[in-house]
Ligand binder design. Structure first.
Ligand SMILES: [Zn+2]
Length: 314
């Protein structure tokens, strides 16, 4: 059954409960998933998403927009070690016009540096760790728009339910967790964006569970229909993650070169260095797709096109 919303009751009752995720129907921007016990919720409010590049995700349910890690400035690589970097204010304003809530997984620049602009432009409430909240305050986001959250919390945000989950960030040389500089003066240096802790988020709305998984530890991953995940050389980890989450669709993100501007075509970045030859390889999305589809037949891998609106329906 490939109907989009609204579904009629007979459509719901006649649908087979075990159907897997349907192919993304090319050109339609509709991602369909099987009829499940959640379908009746899904009838109430379809959920849309846009991948914003890097780790950025925008979800829309009804009239409400929730973004995770929106990031557009994409400074060149050499700015990592030198100087203060002003966010690209015009670009942020262009790319995200409406937003009610922003979730931040951790305090690194590619997750948080454009969030102050999103908050200022849209009035969105931002949720993140203590470091994230301090970075936002240093960048002038009013206190009333910032909310610190901790792992294990469940937060209701309008029609959204968000579970804040503990995450273990991949080890990145030069970006180890720790306290922020006591003197944060914007515009910040890229290394000023220091994380303390990292979160994954399980976001539910309209009967759809969307998991943005940011952790190298996977045992505690909850079930979800839609799984956003990074692309790494870690076959066993993905096997365990798929077993735990049992997603219908896997959407790889954070695979593009975060240092090349959005005015250029997106290209895959390098996977984290490994102890084998060659130590550095570009992310191979075709290989990732094959790996996931071989591990979990029936699970779809959808490589998203940046900024294209996709409807999660059926
Ligand atoms: Zn990070």
């Amino acid at each position: 059954m490939n109907a989009t919303f609204p579904l009629t009751l007979p459509q719901v009752l006649l649908s087979h409960p075990c159907e897997g995720f349907r192919n993304l129907r090319k050109g339609e921007g509709v991602l369909t998933y099987a009829q499940t016990r959640h379908t009746l919720w899904a009838m109430e409010a379809p959920v849309w998403f846009r991948w914003l590049g890097v780790a950025g995700i925008e979800l829309r349910a009804g009239d409400e927009v929730l973004a995770i890690d929106p990031f557009f400035t994409r400074p060149p690589f050499w700015r990592m070690g030198w100087g203060r970097v002003e966010p690209d204010h015009a670009l942020v304003a262009e790319k995200i016009e409406r937003c009610h809530y922003v979730l931040v997984t951790h305090g690194h620049f590619d997750h948080v540096m454009d969030v102050p602009d999103v908050a200022r432009n849209t009035g969105a409430t931002v949720l993140g760790s203590a470091n994230t909240c301090r970075l936002l305050a240093a960048c002038g986001v009013p206190e009333r728009q910032v909310r610190e959250v901790r792992a294990g919390e469940r937060v209701e945000l309008g029609g959204w339910r968000v579970d804040v989950l503990p995450a273990e960030h991949i080890k990145t040389p030069g970006f180890s967790p720790g306290p922020l500089s006591p003197r944060l003066r914007p515009p910040l240096r890229l290394r000023d964006y220091r994380m303390d802790i990292c979160f994954s988020f399980l976001v539910q709305a309209g009967g759809v569970r969307v998991l943005d998984w940011r952790s190298v530890r996977v045992e505690s991953a909850p079930r979800a229909e839609v799984l956003f995940v990074g692309v790494e050389d870690a076959q066993e980890r993905y096997e365990a993650l798929l077993r735990a989450v049992q997603p219908r669709v896997v959407i790889p993100i954070h695979w593009d070169d975060m240092f090349s501007p959005l005015s250029e075509p997106l290209r895959p970045y390098f996977t984290p260095p490994r102890l084998a030859w060659p130590p550095l390889r570009r992310v191979d999305l075709a290989r990732f797709r094959r790996m996931i589809e071989e591990m979990a037949p029936g699970v779809r891998v959808m490589v998203p096109e940046a900024f294209r609106r996709i409807r999660i329906a059926d």
